[in-house]
Design a protein around this ligand. Structure first.
Ligand code: NAD
Length: 373
């Protein structure tokens, strides 16, 4: 296996306690594994995994110093978890993350995404927990104007569907708590928000997402039904957006962190990764052969049209750039599922090797976070 050593991250996270909400989910599981490889003590707080199979069970419990299963809608549970974790870093990913489900469960989506964030920030505030806090929202937090250029961090927030609105509201909650408490109370640390696009990678089994839909169809030996083959999305490998979250966390933890970094950041792919769903599926089928068919319907629930993130702020302030291009991101995603479901590989080892390969690719690109010092 290639070396997992990544000096800037290693120095920051080794031996530190990192509290991750949403640790049983797709992105949270990858983040937990990555931090574990860097020597962090990861404490997770989430509901139990929602789907069989799931990435959390695939990785095994050794990744976590502690796991707390609770509901972020319950203030007492969040208070107790923060008190038990005594974190040096917080990454907040717990959410109801599906646009379609937000039409069926609007109240729950609002409660989990918005009030869940309020509960976490209040728990940190009342505990006087001084640490960098990174709140994960979404590219969908922006008011979608149909622009062909990238959305910047100061563009207006909005949201047609309840999920998107809940992420815009989460941004406002974070801004308000930052201005009212985190910036003014010396006991508290810097608070930032991060917005990424459509994330792909191994181990996602959510309903109504294109890659899990592909895998389910391929395993069942049927064609992949595409509801929106021409919808264009900014596809990004999960390790790419996580590299941004981790690097921002590292910069916020510096001895004299720049005050401007306690703000919102986009972590999106480069413009060539804005591809139609059909192109993604075509690319996926290069690595796991199969067929797809058009199942678009005129009465489908509204989903935002094309939306591209400008990553100029991340580039200028953090020296962060995407690492894997579209073809590589899709290939590595297909390889993961094929290894898991067809080859029967040891997926914890396979996933660690993907993190190592990703880090090596970032180092070869000269990205600051991955460069050996
Ligand atoms: N996957 C993407 O393409 C994408 C894109 C943009 C933003 N995001 C955001 O990234 C974050 C993680 O997304 P994901 O794809 O890993 O989602 P996921 O559904 O795989 O994981 C969600 C996590 O939240 C936890 N959770 C849900 N309700 C909870 C509750 N009431 N109490 C405690 N925990 C609860 C789940 O247990 C799980 O651990 C979310 O905030 C999501 O909105 C994801």
């Amino acid at each position: 296996m290639e070396s997992l050593v990544s000096p800037p991250f290693l120095k920051t996270y080794a031996g530190r306690r990192v509290f991750i909400t949403g640790h049983t989910g797709f992105k949270g599981s990858w983040l937990s594994l990555w931090l574990h490889t860097l020597g962090a003590e990861v404490v997770g707080f989430s509901l139990p995994p929602a789907t069989p199979p799931n990435l959390h069970e695939t990785l095994g419990g050794k990744v976590f110093a502690d796991e707390i299963f609770g509901d972020i809608r319950e203030m007492q549970a969040v208070n107790a978890a923060v008190a038990a974790a005594r974190p040096d870093f917080v990454f907040h990913l717990a959410a109801q993350p599906l646009v379609r489900l937000s039409f069926a469960q609007p109240v729950e989506t609002f409660e989990v995404n918005v009030m869940g964030t309020v509960h976490l920030l209040e728990a940190l505030r009342t505990a006087g927990q001084r640490c960098p806090v990174i709140i994960v929202t979404s590219d969908k937090c922006y008011e979608n104007r149909g622009w062909e250029w990238g959305y910047r961090e100061h563009d207006p927030l909005g949201g047609h569907d309840v999920y998107s609105m809940s992420k815009a509201a989460t941004e406002l909650v974070a801004q308000s708590w930052r201005r009212s408490f985190f910036q003014t109370d010396a006991r508290l640390g810097p608070l930032a928000t991060v917005r990424a696009g459509n994330v792909i990678g191994g181990g996602d089994y959510a309903a109504d997402r294109i890659v899990p839909d592909c895998v389910r169809a391929l395993l069942a030996g049927r064609p992949i039904g595409l509801r929106s083959p021409h919808a264009t999305r900014p596809w990004q490998h999960v390790l790419d957006c996580l590299s941004g979250y981790l690097w921002l966390g590292a910069k916020l933890a510096g001895p004299t962190p720049e005050a401007r970094l306690a703000d919102a950041f986009n972590f999106g792919p480069d413009a060539r990764s804005n591809q139609p769903v059909a192109a993604l599926v075509h690319e996926f089928l290069q690595h796991w052969p199969g067929e797809w068919r058009d199942e678009s319907r005129a009465d489908a629930p509204h989903e935002a049209s094309f939306l591209h993130l400008s990553t100029d702020r991340a580039a200028q302030w953090l020296g962060w750039y995407p690492t894997w291009d579209f073809a590589t991101a899709v290939r590595e995603t297909a390889r993961w599922y094929h290894a898991r479901h067809v080859t029967g590989a040891d997926m914890a080892a396979f996933s660690r090797a993907q993190i190592a390969a990703f880090t090596a690719a970032a180092a070869a690109r000269g990205l600051t976070w991955a460069k050996p010092s």
